[in-house]
Structures are given as C-alpha cells and as structure tokens.
Design a protein around this ligand. Structure first.
Ligand code: FES
Length: 147
C-alpha cells in the first residue's frame, strides 16, 4: 500500500472500531431501515429535522468496516445541512472522503448502504411533510438507483 492508501485504510479501521454518530434518536422525526441482502448487514438511520435542517442524525445496526466507516462519514456530512443540501450529497462525497473511489462493485453496496438509507429517509420525510415538493419522486429514484 502507498502512504495515502495506508492513511485511508487506518481511517476505515478507526471509524469501524469507534463509529461516529452511532446510536438511536428516540424522538426522531424520521427513521429508515435497509439491509444488504447479500451479506445480511443492516443499517437504521434516525434524523431530527427542524426548520428544514437536519439538526441531529444517528445510525445503528451491523455492517462491515467499510459500511461502518461510510456511515460515520455520511452522518458527519449530513448533520447541520438543509434538506436541499442533503438531497445533493453524492456517492462521490462519501467514497472520496475515504479513498474508496475505485472500490470493486461488490463492495460499493457496503459503502453506499447508509447513503441509500438517508435518501430513503429524506424521501419518506418529504413525502409526509412537503407534498408540494416537485423533486420528491426524483429522490426515490435516486435512492433506488444508487448502485
Ligand atoms: Fe455487509 Fe459490507 S459486507 S455491508
């Protein structure tokens, strides 16, 4: 491994041992669950939303090191963002943070499971609270076609 690859590898191991934003939000405004049927790992994400902004976000569940690291990074990126900004979070924002841009197709599902859950949670929230949003269906499509 090169020096940079070593650093990314260490970050992934560290996040998997000490995940950030791991836990539950009992009085969440929206929650969503999804799993990776190939490995059986599953992630739940709870969000508090106030004034169209994600004021808190936590995840829990089981996943491999890549899944846990990406969930940590994603929740850090998401916290404090407006719903519109969260909608624009792209898979490359997560993969780039951890040097995973060239991940094999089979591991991409590990890396993007939490993003799929966040997009689905947002879709659920927007469908329930912002019926007039023209982009709600696009969001569902985005979540379904992430990988
Ligand atoms: Fe299951 Fe990675 S092996 S999410």
């Amino acid at each position: 491994m090169t020096g940079t690859a070593d650093i990314y590898h260490e970050m992934i191991i560290d996040y998997s041992r000490n995940p950030i934003n791991f836990g539950e939000i009992k009085d969440h405004d929206v929650t969503f669950h999804d799993s990776n049927p190939l490995c059986g790992d599953s992630i739940d994400i709870d969000m508090k939303i106030d004034d169209n902004k994600v004021t808190d976000i936590k995840f829990h569940g089981n996943g491999c090191a890549i899944c846990m690291a990406c969930s940590s990074v994603l929740t850090e990126i998401t916290k404090g963002k407006t719903l519109d900004e969260v909608r624009k979070i792209d898979k490359n924002d997560i993969l780039g943070e951890l040097g995973l841009e060239h991940l094999q197709a089979v591991r991409i599902k590990c890396a993007l499971l939490s993003l799929k859950v966040v997009k689905s949670a947002l879709y659920t929230y927007m469908g329930e609270h912002l019926n007039d949003s023209p982009d709600v269906d696009k969001l569902k499509e985005e979540a379904a076609n992430l990988y």
